[in-house]
Design a binder for this molecule. Sequence first.
Ligand code: CTP
Length: 422
Amino acid sequence: MKVVLGVAGGIAAYKAASLLRLFTEGGHDVTVVPTAAALQFVGAPTWAALSGKPVAADVWSQVHEVRHVRLGQEADLVVVAPATADLLARAAHGLADDLLTNVLLTASCPVVLAPAMHTEMWEHAATQANVALLAERGVHIVPPASGRLTGADSGPGRLPEAEELYAVCLRELSHERPRTTRGTAPVVPAAERPLEGWHVVVTAGGTREPLDPVRYLGNNSSGKQGYALAREAAARGAAVTLVATHTALPDPAGVDVRRVGTALELQSAVTALAGDADVVVMAAAVADFRPAAYATSKIKKTHDRDDPDAAPTIALVRNPDILAGLVLDREGAARPVVVGFAAETGDPEHTVLELGREKLARKGCDLLVVNEVGEDRTFGKDDNLVQILRSRGDGEVDVTTVGPASKDEVAAAVWDAVQLLR
Ligand code: CTP
């Protein structure tokens, strides 16, 4: 696909180099269009070397090719990362004072803008009005992530990681949306944002229960499935809060990420959010037990020669079942829809599906996504085979099998199933 990667003049311009790499490794034909200010941050040789093409920086070079018109017309996607406050203002008001703004005016393909700037500039009424205007015209705005900005301050304004931006761009490229006629903007059809107006809470990762300052009880969950669910819900228009526990994944673009450590911390975060949520998806692997006592100093082995194999016995206590608690708390109300995940290995007497049915009945949630785990299955892997179980209320259960499919495809199937519950 033909991609124009616009880069505006912000410190996050260096992150666009990673995004460019992802595009070229994915086989896309990328033309980089930096603004003059962007070239102060990252020079033309970097863009040329990484894209394998001359850099298109101004309207006055190669004029005979009429690039200020052709680049936009021929592109399958235009993405600007980072989009500064200045670039957003110029784009919103239709200025055409450099090559990048010319491209934005001539593009009839999807346009993705990823703003990045200081929090004050992002929150300023002028910037927000420009963003609203662009979004209204069908431009896909990837909201900035929260976190450390240039210098010591932090807040919303950070450019999401390249992997996240790439995922958003691939989604835009995969939409078979008719090209608009010149002069009108591509508008995202409402059917593609079916969760608009919903607040969804997704948990992801695996809790850790500390034993002493250096040890914990944990599990192998990578968080990938939960992150895919959060990303998919955001793409469908939902306001998403992701409660993440011990993951090493970049924050999904446009998602409010809260980090917690233990099952009890996860429980208080989720319960506080559930009252205001339309859906809660419990994809996190929650430890069922925690050490009964936390040792404030490292537990040492004894050096008793008569008993060289002496080892401590660790007493455990039960953690609350957060999912079951959510079902109880809603007391017959329809909201929030509660979705559970079940990691099962099966046993000599029961198949994975039988254990899933039993768990659905026991937990009382609306949907249970059952996946088979084991030595080499599911945890940390990119592909998943799942069965989505839906209780019909009369004791009957509908089963939908998905996969083997990527975690993104599983996430899409889960949201399809949730949408059917409306
Ligand atoms: N879960 C939870 N609180 C717990 C344990 C699990 O909310 N203390 C949630 C998980 O997030 C998941 C679902 O319950 O959505 C099922 O998790 P799983 O570990 O498969 O089930 P368990 O409740 O631990 O049941 P069992 O011990 O029988 O496997």
